[in-house]
Design a protein around this ligand. Structure first.
Ligand code: 8DG
Ligand code: MG
Ligand code: MG
Length: 141
């Protein structure tokens, strides 16, 4: 590993609709073929909520609201990649919006999945949260 390597910051969004969350199967080399949430890297000067709204818009075309911080995780994804993931939640600004696959080189496509019946394999850090009992619908945090 490069001596000066440092963790990167990502903002990831549990987009909630009824008892479902939005997931897409990744084409990216990190976590290829696993189901993951929309999200990406925090840009200089952005708030977590601004980054959440921007990444969801860029990746799915969806406009979100009620953006809230849930928790943060530290994920050593590989020898070369350590990500601090800021986990947010949000809902659709207009519940009739349909997700579009705006970055098809990075994602197979977006769909809604019941939190109690998630598709597998999940992206590693998300699997760890789900199997650890994390509930993005909880009001207690
Ligand atoms: P960008 O260039 O648009 O900023 O980045 P991206 O291409 O959209 O980044 P990403 O890989 O989708 O997300 C950035 C990092 O976030 C990724 O390397 C690993 C971390 N991450 C987690 N959990 C999740 C998750 O559930 N979904 C996504 N998309 N990323 C996650 O730790
Ligand atoms: Mg992105
Ligand atoms: Mg992304």
């Amino acid at each position: 590993m490069e001596k000066e390597a440092r963790p990167k910051v990502a903002v990831v969004v549990f987009l909630l609709k009824d008892k479902k969350v939005l997931l897409g199967r990744r084409h990216s080399s990190v976590g290829r073929d696993t189901f993951a949430l929309p999200g990406g890297h925090l840009e200089f000067g952005e708030s977590f909520a601004e980054c959440a709204a921007r990444e969801v818009k860029e990746e799915t075309g969806l406009h979100i609201q009620n953006i809230e911080f849930l928790t943060a995780t530290s994920n050593v994804v590989s020898d070369a990649l350590h990500i601090v993931a800021i986990m947010m939640r949000a809902v659709l600004a207009d519940p009739d919006q349909i997700p579009q696959n705006l970055e098809p080189e990075k994602c197979e496509g977006w769909d809604w999945y019941d939190w109690n019946d998630l598709p597998r394999p999940l992206f590693g850090p998300l699997e760890a949260m789900a199997s650890g009992g994390f509930d993005p619908f909880s009001r207690l945090f």
